[in-house]
Design a protein around this ligand. Structure first.
Ligand SMILES: [Zn+2]
Length: 150
């Protein structure tokens, strides 16, 4: 049997295989939903990486891939800033913990030093300045210091 199609200038589509019947087409809705959820997770992971400025970026990547980082990388932008401090990691983490547990409500710099039992020395001031610069702690309009939960 011969199937003749006269020539035309309109666009034409030639199916090389037999077309699938509508009844045989299936759409896996659960798979689409799964892929949508995964896409959202990946996007939020990227945003977290891009927007974080108070965590080691190497650690963010490790956590994204399900690893539990033991130490910061020392090379990312956060770590390079952190390396300039007079405080080592143990001292800094101790200071951060003291500040966090003390800052249950906003307070002035002096009250924070007093309540947290911190000395007004170069190390502490530098550590607090670093926390301010990296939005770990923030100042409110009343010029009080607050712990930044974001
Ligand atoms: Zn790092």
């Amino acid at each position: 049997m011969l199937d003749y199609a006269p020539s035309t200038n309109s666009p034409m589509l030639t199916f090389l295989d037999a077309r699938c019947r509508k009844e045989d087409l299936t759409i896996d809705h659960s798979r689409i939903l799964f892929r949508r959820v995964r896409l959202r997770e990946r996007i939020s992971g990227m945003l977290h990486y891009a927007e974080s400025n108070n965590v080691c970026r190497g650690n963010i990547i490790q956590q994204y891939f399900g690893e539990n980082p033991e130490a910061r990388c020392g090379n990312c932008d956060y770590c390079r800033q952190r390396n300039k401090l007079l405080l080592n990691d143990i001292e800094f983490n101790e200071l951060k913990k003291k500040v966090k547990t003390t800052l249950l409500k906003p307070m002035t710099f002096d009250t924070l030093l007093q309540k947290a039992g911190l000395m007004d020395n170069a190390k502490v001031v530098m550590g607090l300045q670093f926390m301010l610069d990296n939005n770990i702690i923030i100042t409110n309009p009343q010029n009080e210091i607050e712990w930044n939960d974001n």
